[in-house]
Design a protein around this ligand. Structure first.
Ligand SMILES: [Fe+2]
Ligand SMILES: [Fe+2]
Length: 169
C-alpha cells in the first residue's frame, strides 16, 4: 500500500443546507454566519491493526477536530494554544507508547521510526511557532493534520506490514 494514496477522509459534522452545498457556510438561526468545517476522519486503510496504536491515532485526530470546532467560534489565541498543548502532549505520549509496543514486538525498523518521531516533533514545534504568531489558526490545524498523515501515520505503515508478517508467519 502506498501512503500517498491515503488521505484523511473528510465527513461533514453538520449537514449544511442543501442549497449552499456541503462545504459552504450556513446561517445559525439567522443570527450570524459561520463556516461549517468538515471533520478529519481516519480512513480504514490507515489503521495499523494494533488496538492501542489505532486508538491513540484516533484520539489525536479527535483533538484536531476539536480544534476545527473551536475555529468556528472566532477563538482567542489562548484557547487555540490549549488545543495545541493537548495535541503536543498526546502526541508525545503516543510516541513513547508506540516505541514501547514496537520494542515489545521486536520491530526491526525501530531506529528509523524513532528518528521519524524525533523529526516530526521538531516539525510540529516549528509549525506551531510560525502560524501561531501569524494567528492563522485554520492553516495551522490543516498543516498539523498533513504532518500527522505524512510523518506520523505514514511511517507507522511499515510496522503494520511487520505485524502482518509476524502474525502470518
Ligand atoms: Fe503512531
Ligand atoms: Fe510512529
Amino acid at each position: 500500500m502506498t501512503a500517498a494514496s491515503i488521505i484523511f477522509g473528510r465527513k461533514p459534522h453538520k449537514q449544511a443546507p442543501s442549497q449552499y452545498g456541503a462545504n459552504s457556510f450556513s446561517m445559525v438561526y439567522g443570527e450570524r454566519a459561520r463556516w461549517e468545517m468538515d471533520h478529519f476522519q481516519l480512513c480504514e486503510s490507515m489503521l495499523i491493526g494494533h488496538e492501542q496504536i489505532d486508538a491513540e491515532h484516533q484520539a489525536l485526530v479527535d483533538v484536531l477536530n476539536h480544534g476545527l470546532d473551536l475555529l468556528a467560534t472566532s477563538p482567542q489565541v489562548e484557547a487555540v494554544r490549549d488545543v495545541l498543548d493537548e495535541f503536543r502532549t498526546k502526541l508525545s505520549e503516543h510516541i513513547a507508547n508506540e516505541e514501547v509496543i514496537m520494542t515489545r514486538h521486536g520491530f526491526t525498523e525501530l531506529e528509523g521510526e524513532k528518528a521519524e518521531h524525533h523529526n516530526a516533533l521538531a516539525c510540529l514545534d516549528d509549525l506551531i511557532e510560525r502560524h501561531l504568531d501569524e494567528h492563522d489558526f485554520e492553516t495551522l490545524i490543516r498543516d498539523i493534520a498533513g504532518l500527522m498523515l505524512g510523518l506520523f501515520i505514514k511511517s507507522d505503515m511499515s510496522f503494520k506490514v511487520y505485524l502482518e508478517k509476524i502474525r502470518d508467519g
